[in-house]
Design a protein around this ligand. Structure first.
Ligand code: F2R
Ligand code: MG
Ligand code: MG
Ligand code: MG
Length: 313
């Protein structure tokens, strides 16, 4: 049996992949009824993941190939992300990311391509947050993790909200990974640690709203209050809420996120990463893992990254 560290690292990466792959069929739906979701869960077809997992695996590989103290090399990562898009462009990429990757491959510096996006405003999409989870495996503190997260996100998300979404998801993944799955999660303490890490009034108010909804809100009500689209400020908070509703049951966290509708692959992927990083991979249904494409590769990357985790974790 894998060590608890390896089980958590596998939980984090498999949580990304199965949340994404199960949610993908419903991306853009207003809301998802339980019967349709149950049908998708019962199907025997392969679970195919989308851009969320494809780019998460690129970042995971990037971290494997680089040693401390600086595991994120923006110039190299920009090319690696762009080449992955070029290799499999059909995985369902955002418009902004596609444009940046195309320009990077033609030789435009990533910073210019990123800053030019959306009429010079930069992207605040959730693409930085959706791929960031592996950072939690190599970071050593919330401050370290948020710094690395911003560096991995700015390549495609020069708008600060795009980076803050990645910082929030990475910090949440770090705290979930380092939480003791044998004790009930202190949800208020979890949210206040996140609040301290994000250091921005808008994001603190999103987290206050999450606090007000936790333990009571239905998926549809939560989506109405927090948003469920492909922008970082209106998707990462919902993923954190889905985790906090079911911190010890990753399958339920993923189902909650999908039932909320909207950007279902991405929100379920982020929620699944958090919950399964806390519990370990053994709490994800084997029926899902058995259907997942490329599962062997995902497991190998997780095992290698687990050896990078600080011993205190
Ligand atoms: N793109 C999709 N899904 C739709 C297409 C999939 C379809 N199945 C297909 O066949 O192609 N999903 C993926 O994209 C999201 C991540 O997006 P990312 O990488 O952040 O891209 P982008 O385009 O930069 O941002 C996403 C949207 O956010 C809004 N937005 C961002 N910045 C904006 C700004 N400055 N002004 C106005 N709007 C802004 C836009 O609506 C962008 O399209 C994930 O869902 C992933 O699964
Ligand atoms: Mg996607
Ligand atoms: Mg994208
Ligand atoms: Mg999506």
């Amino acid at each position: 049996a894998p060590s608890q560290t390896a089980a958590k690292a596998r939980g984090l990466l498999f949580g990304v992949a199965v949340g994404d792959a199960l949610g993908a069929a419903f991306e853009g739906a207003h809301s998802v009824d339980g019967e349709r979701l149950a049908q998708q869960e019962r199907a025997a077809t392969q679970l195919r993941y989308t851009d969320d997992t494809a780019l998460t695996l690129v970042l995971a590989r990037h971290l494997v190939d680089r040693q401390h103290p600086v595991p994120v090399d923006e110039d190299a990562l920009a090319l690696e992300l762009a080449r992955e898009w070029q290799r499999e462009p059909w995985r369902g990429y955002g418009m902004g990311s596609r444009e940046i990757f195309e320009r990077v491959l033609r030789g435009t510096p990533w910073r210019k391509a990123s800053e030019d996006c959306f009429g010079g405003e930069g992207s605040y999409g959730n693409g930085g947050a959706m791929r960031v989870a592996p950072i939690a495996l190599v970071g050593t503190s919330p401050a370290h993790v948020t710094e690395l997260a911003a560096r991995s996100a700015v390549i495609t998300h020069s708008h600060l909200h795009g980076q803050r979404g990645a910082m929030l998801q990475a910090c949440a993944a770090f705290l979930a990974l380092n939480s003791d799955g044998g004790k009930p999660l202190d949800k208020a303490a979890f949210l206040s640690q996140l609040s301290r890490a994000v250091e921005h009034t808008d994001w603190r108010s999103h987290l206050d709203q999450v606090h007000a909804l936790v333990d009571t809100a239905s998926p549809a009500f939560a989506a109405e209050r927090l948003g469920n689209d492909a922008a970082a400020p209106t998707s990462v908070p919902l993923a954190v809420l889905a985790f906090l509703q079911h911190p010890d049951q990753p399958a339920e966290a993923i189902r909650y996120a999908i039932r909320a509708g909207g950007d279902t692959d991405t929100i379920a992927s982020m929620a699944g990463a958090l919950a399964a990083a806390r519990t370990g991979v053994q709490e994800l249904p084997t029926a899902w893992l058995d259907r997942l494409e490329n599962a062997e590769h995902v497991g190998e990357l997780a095992d290698t990254l687990a050896t990078r985790m600080a011993p205190s974790q």
